[in-house]
Design a protein around this ligand. Structure first.
Ligand code: PHB
Length: 554
């Protein structure tokens, strides 16, 4: 949410109205942690109901949100906009690994944050939070005066920047425009800000002594580009149970300094511009086809305007208008009006002929979506699957020698036990378990088979280790497992793997049915294709959500 600062500047004449309205809806959804009824969106944005309806159906078509009953819900696909910014600025790619190893060597959290007007936005987190403190997500925004990085950035502020800060402080003294921070720290953050900024300018580092919340302490240094401008700040974050602000600085400053040196070297080594984006017509063709199919319910100019942001992906820190038009397949005039609109809203900035995406793009739901767990990403896809096949569907992960359910959408109950999230079964006797075992490295799989006692749970349970080994090999080859009445009489289950970005099997999804209702052949023909499509949709979400964040397994 943008803090209320000054009176809103009227959009330029060439601005694309539907793009402005679509982004307003996305911001309201992001501020409501990803879910809001269409009625509430109408009230919050002041837009007409029919306008919000069209925005919602357009964004549903682009995969940026889902409609669940009366609610619009942000979807992981939306993160492709934030990913484009993060890829363009290259900070997580170039500096993230250095931040991670600093966190490892200090055993404290380390973050990378960038300036966003009079705020500070997180671009990378290497989290080692042990006790009692809140953790910021990628995309979260701090007021500059709360936390260590802000004073470093403010050291370069102009009179105009300070004026903006004073206006925002006067308009929002409780930081209500910054939902990621608690309303009051322990210290008077605003009162000491100008002094801390002067100190930061002189010392080259800045400390946070519980400016955000009691207990939270940090020390930060700026990382400068070849022209000496601070592009981001690296913070080491700890807790008063381990360090005072003073002792943290003494303990970590030398190594923080070293890391900053390595980061500045990485920035200048990685500075050569990426090759121009490949010319593409796919986005433009897709929006045209969607318009033809959906008619007035698809607002083409909104979809096209958002496409413009994705042109900066693959490390394109800045692009001229022509390259944006070529990468998206949009007419030059369309791309230009979209860029003008995005610039008006501060999602894009320009320097001469070159446009670049700004960190403000991350306010479009990135923080909320980056915190989704695998089961949360999965649940809506299971709901869709169950709507299609009218049988129960689940996701499970391996936990010791068991599988454990992490998501489930039941229809009628066909098991003697009631399966809920958390339910465990022996992996060897279940379809999801066999899928998960088949995804293990060969030696680990063999080890498990050797140590597991294969008890007959029904008269059909495979209890021969050799036969089970052959089943697992076949599962790996064929990419699915069907188990008939081996866990419980009358129960049939078919399961497929879910892979993470690196191709590792991290979970399995299944559909379970009554064995008497149809044949195993039917399960393969009718259930396997939609089940595979579901796994593919979950994997596509994980690709996007896991690019710059870590998806929590459960
Ligand atoms: C954080 O990364 O969580 C963080 C960074 C700087 C602060 C406080 C917390 O001053």
């Amino acid at each position: 949410m943008t803090p209320p600062v000054t009176a809103e500047v009227a959009p330029p004449q060439e601005a694309v109205g539907p793009l402005i309205r679509g982004l307003a809806v996305l911001r309201e959804l992001a501020a409501a942690d990803g879910r809001r009824s269409v009625g509430d969106l109408v009230r919050a944005t002041g837009l007409a109901r029919s306008t919000v309806d069209r925005v919602v159906s357009t964004l549903a078509r682009t995969g940026y949100l889902r409609v669940e009953g009366r609610d619009a819900v942000l979807a992981p696909r939306l993160m492709e906009l934030g990913n484009a910014y993060l890829s363009a600025c290259r900070l997580p790619d170039l500096l993230g690994p250095l931040a991670d190893s600093l966190a490892d060597s200090l055993d404290e959290s380390v973050s990378i944050a960038v300036p966003d007007q009079d705020g500070v936005r997180f671009a990378h987190q290497a989290t080692r939070r042990r006790a009692m403190s809140l953790t910021f997500r990628i995309g979260d925004l701090l007021p500059a005066e709360r936390g260590a990085p802000g004073a470093l950035f403010a050291a370069d502020w102009t009179g105009e920047d300070w004026e903006r800060w004073h206006l925002r402080r006067a308009a929002d003294p409780t930081d209500s425009g910054f939902p990621a921070v608690p309303p009051h720290g322990r210290a008077d953050a605003a009162g000491s800000f100008e002094r801390r900024t002067a100190d930061a300018r002189e010392q080259g580092w800045s400390a946070d002594d519980q400016l955000i919340e009691p207990g939270l302490v940090a020390v930060a240094m700026p990382v400068r580009d070849s022209r000496g401008r601070p592009v981001c700040a690296v913070s080491v974050v700890s807790h008063t149970s381990r360090h005072s602000a003073e002792s943290l600085r003494e303990a970590v400053l030398p190594r923080l300094r070293e890391t900053v040196g390595a980061m500045e070297a990485a920035l200048s080594a990685g500075a050569e511009p990426a090759a121009p984006p490949a010319a593409g017509s796919a986005p433009a063709a897709w929006t045209r086809a969607s318009k033809q199919e959906l008619g007035p319910e698809f607002v083409e100019s909104l979809a096209r305007g958002l496409t413009v942001l994705t042109a900066f992906d693959q490390g394109h820190a800045e692009l001229p208008l022509t390259a944006v038009a070529e990468a998206t397949g949009l007419a030059r005039a369309t791309a230009r009006r979209s860029l003008i609109t995005l610039e008006h809203l501060d999602y894009v900035a320009h320097d001469g002929r070159l446009f670049r995406p700004t960190p403000r793009i991350l306010e479009l739901g990135f923080a909320h979506l980056s915190a989704l767990t695998l089961p949360q990403i999965t649940q809506p896809h299971l709901v869709e699957l169950v709507g299609q096949v009218h049988e129960s569907a689940s996701m499970a992960v391996l936990s010791g020698d068991d599988i454990q359910y992490v998501a489930r959408v039941p229809t009628v109950r066909i098991m003697s036990v009631n399966i809920t999230v958390g339910t465990r079964f022996p992996a060897y006797a279940t379809a999801m378990g066999r899928v998960l075992l088949s995804g293990l490295p060969a030696h680990e799989r063999a080890e498990r088979l050797a140590r597991t006692e294969l008890k007959p749970l029904t008269r059909h349970t495979v209890t021969s280790a050799d036969r089970l080994a052959a089943i697992l090999e076949r599962a790996e080859r064929e990419g699915y497992v069907l188990v008939d009445e081996e866990l419980e009489e009358g129960l049939r289950s078919i399961a497929v793997p879910v892979h993470d970005r690196t191709g590792r099997v991290v979970a399995a999804v299944n559909v379970s049915t009554h064995a008497s209702r149809s044949t195993a052949e039917h399960a393969r023909e009718d259930l396997l294709p939609p089940l595979r499509a579901t796994a593919a949709r979950i994997e596509a979400d994980m690709q996007i959500a896991g690019r710059y964040g870590r998806i929590t397994p459960a």
